[in-house]
Design a protein around this ligand. Structure first.
Ligand SMILES: Cc1cc2nc3c(=O)[nH]c(=O)nc-3n(C[C@H](O)[C@H](O)[C@H](O)COP(=O)(O)O)c2cc1C
Length: 320
């Protein structure tokens, strides 16, 4: 295995803490917050390999990043190996992230309809062609994100595959990292996370193994790590309104933050959103602001104000 950033993080001997990809959430301002508050590596929102072939400008905007985010991984989704060839070249040459990830986990109908995301686990031959298309066209480390299992259809058309069979079918490919979301495609984003299957995947992953699903605090992080023997964790919703969760997990100590401290962090996030993305950044920030204040007395009233903010000054006036 080549000496890539994944390997370097692994050799550092600490569990690797990754901000998992989240469409509509893990934009540059949020990634920078997570990085500042302890994430070792951050993933982009998923970007369409097909869109990069036909209308690259918008997608290139989506995956734009700042040096402070490194190591930064761009995640691609799609089902057409030829589209991945060009998309990989564009990302490698024009964006220069630290790694490229392929999405085999997304269950949303819009992505399923294209035969991409989790449903593509059901076609390991095509999935392998997609991975090869990426590997053959970049010098960057390539990773994949998969689900514990995928089950779809009825009768003869029924397709089912689990992470172990899928990884068997990927043997021989130089994958720098594999993140396994321990839920099935049918479960979507809720329900029990299968720790056992992630631990069973260990011998099938030569690179870094990351476990994902249900991490909301130090205990859930520790349990998932211990039970899976993974090299690290992918954290998604647990970091919403709580980018400092990474730091808490790293230090093994819950940071009890006062309302003033959390508001200061939210303001820091708002400043970044304004600086990086302007007004659009502030509009995208509205949901983040609601997550920051969730659980505080008077949160409902605050939320009514926060969902209307249009500028950094609006955010300042409410949170100060
Ligand atoms: C709003 C949202 C958007 C997501 N977008 C992506 C995505 O673009 N690519 C991907 O591989 N997974 C995506 N996921 C899945 C997460 O990366 C993660 O696998 C899932 O939320 C389980 O982790 P958690 O329990 O820590 O939230 C998304 C999840 C959420 C909630």
């Amino acid at each position: 295995m080549q000496n890539n950033f994944w390997q370097q993080l692994k050799e550092a001997g600490q569990p690797i803490l990754a901000l998992a990809p989240m469409a509509g959430v893990s934009d540059a301002p949020f990634r920078q917050m997570c990085k500042k508050y302890g994430a070792d590596v951050v993933y982009s929102e998923m970007a369409s390999a097909t869109a990069l072939n036909y209308q690259p400008a918008k997608t290139l905007d989506l995956v734009r990043f700042d040096e402070v985010e490194r190591p930064y991984v761009v995640q691609l989704f799609g089902a057409n190996p030829e589209h991945f060839v060009k998309a990989t070249k564009i990302i490698t040459e024009q964006v220069r992230p630290d790694g490229i990830d392929i999405n085999f986990g997304c269950p949303v109908p819009k992505v399923q309809k294209q035969g991409a995301g989790a449903i593509l686990m059901g076609n390991p031959k095509l999935a392998r062609e997609v991975v090869e298309a990426v590997l053959d066209n970049t010098d960057l480390p390539v990773s994949i994100k998969i689900r514990a299992r995928m089950e779809k259809g009825e009768g003869d058309a029924k397709k089912r595959i689990d992470a172990l069979e899928f990884l068997e079918a990927m043997q021989g490919l130089e994958l720098a990292a594999v993140m396994i979301h321990g839920r099935s495609m049918a479960q979507g984003h809720t329900g029990k996370v299968d720790h056992v299957i992630i631990s069973q995947a260990r011998p099938l992953v030569q690179g870094v193994l990351l476990a994902n699903g249900g991490i909301v605090d130090i205990v859930s992080a520790r349990t998932l790590l211990e039970e899976t023997k993974a090299d690290g964790l992918g954290i998604a919703r647990g970091a919403m309104g709580r980018p400092y969760l990474f730091e808490e997990i790293r230090n093994g100590e819950a940071a009890v933050k006062s309302k003033a401290e959390i508001f200061a962090i939210a303001l820091e996030h708002a400043e970044l959103a304004d600086k990086i993305l302007g007004k659009q950044g502030i509009l995208e920030l509205r949901k983040h602001l609601c997550w920051y204040v969730a659980g505080f007395p008077g949160a409902a009233e605050l939320r009514k104000e926060l969902v209307k903010v249009e500028s950094f000054d609006d955010v300042k006036n409410i949170l100060k």
